[in-house]
Each structure stands twice: as structure tokens, then as C-alpha cells.
Design a protein around this ligand. Structure first.
Ligand SMILES: [Fe+2]
Length: 196
């Protein structure tokens, strides 16, 4: 992945190319998807804080920062190709969270939805021979996979602790509190993948 990202950066420096309109439209829509995810995460974080799960809340706010960073990466990619105008709208959604288990189920569903979008976008870029977009989207796909694995692991812990909720949830909450971002989420993610 490090090599691919370096190739992507060099391509950006050397030759921002004109974009296929179908890919450009799909990337614009993906910006809204990433921001919609961030919006969901801060709503969940607020619910978690009110239920005294501040470790979960801090983790979700970090995830929200990452999603905003992803949206900006896509925006900058389009902007470099003079294709960042005509952004779409973000749907207004109202959420109800019944329990921490319900929260984790919704997070996992959201993650799977985004992963599906990314796979379709990557396939479109590859079949259109857009190497720049393919490298960028391959990075997105790998990040999405990591996030899905993390959410699945937490969900499994939450599910297995359900019969003894308070103590076990506090233990998971404390673990997540130690994951709290000390540097902006995207920068941390970029460093992990060799971009920064
Ligand atoms: Fe994302």
C-alpha cells in the first residue's frame, strides 16, 4: 500500500488528468457519503456521552474526524482535476438508538454500506483505466476494511458482555478511551498508511 500511495502522490504532482464524468460524479457522491458517516458518528457520540460511555464517545468523535478527512481527500482529488463543483446534498436522517448493541449494529451496517460503495467506485475506476483514482480508492478500500474489522471486534465484545452489561461495558469503554486520538484522525491514518 505504501508504494501505491507514493505512486498516487507522484501522479498528482506530475500529471493531474481530466476525469471521466461518471467517475467524477461518483466521487462527488462519495464525499456526501463520508460526511454523512461523520454526521452519524457525532450523533452517536452524543448519545454515548449521555449514557456515560465516554470512551466509546471519544472513539466515535475520532472516527468522525477521519470521515471528514476522507471527504476532504476526495474533494482535493477532484479539485486537482477541476471537477469539484456541483457537490450533492446530504440527506437529513433521524436516528434512534435503543442500546449500545443497537449502536454497534448501526455502525457495522453503515461501515458495510460504505465499503460496498468504495468497491463499486474502485471497480469503475479500474474498468475506466483511471490509474490515479484506482490507487486512491484502493487506499480507501483498505482503510474501510480496517474500520469494519475494528467495529466487528467491538460488537463481538459488546454482544458477549450483554448478560453482565455494566462492568463489562465499562471495561470496553476504558479500552476505547485509551484509543482516543492524540493527533487528528486523518493524519494518524495517513501515517499508518505511509502518506504523511
Ligand atoms: Fe471514510
Amino acid at each position: 500500500m505504501r508504494l501505491h500511495v507514493n505512486v498516487y502522490i507522484s501522479l498528482l504532482i506530475e500529471r493531474p488528468s481530466a476525469m471521466d464524468q461518471c467517475i467524477a460524479n461518483s466521487l462527488r457522491k462519495q464525499i456526501a457519503v463520508e460526511l454523512d458517516a461523520a454526521y452519524l458518528y457525532i450523533q452517536i457520540a452524543e448519545w454515548l456521552d449521555k449514557h456515560e460511555l465516554v470512551g466509546f464517545g471519544a472513539w466515535l468523535r475520532g472516527q468522525a474526524n477521519e470521515e471528514v478527512g476522507h471527504a476532504m481527500m476526495l474533494f482535493n482529488f477532484l479539485r486537482d482535476r477541476d471537477a469539484a463543483d456541483s457537490l450533492g446534498s446530504i440527506k437529513q436522517r433521524k436516528y434512534f438508538f435503543a442500546s449500545i448493541r443497537d449502536v454497534m449494529d448501526k455502525l457495522l451496517a453503515q461501515g458495510k454500506c460504505i465499503a460496498g460503495n468504495i468497491r463499486k467506485l474502485l471497480s469503475l475506476a479500474q474498468t475506466s483505466d483511471d490509474e490515479d483514482a484506482s490507487v486512491l480508492l484502493a487506499w480507501f478500500a483498505s482503510v474501510q476494511l480496517e474500520e469494519e474489522e475494528l467495529v466487528t471486534n467491538i460488537l463481538v465484545r459488546v454482544q458477549s458482555s450483554y448478560s453482565d452489561a455494566v462492568d463489562d461495558l465499562q471495561e470496553i469503554d476504558a479500552d476505547l478511551a485509551t484509543r482516543q486520538e492524540t493527533i487528528p484522525g486523518l493524519l494518524k491514518s495517513q501515517r499508518r498508511h505511509g502518506i504523511a
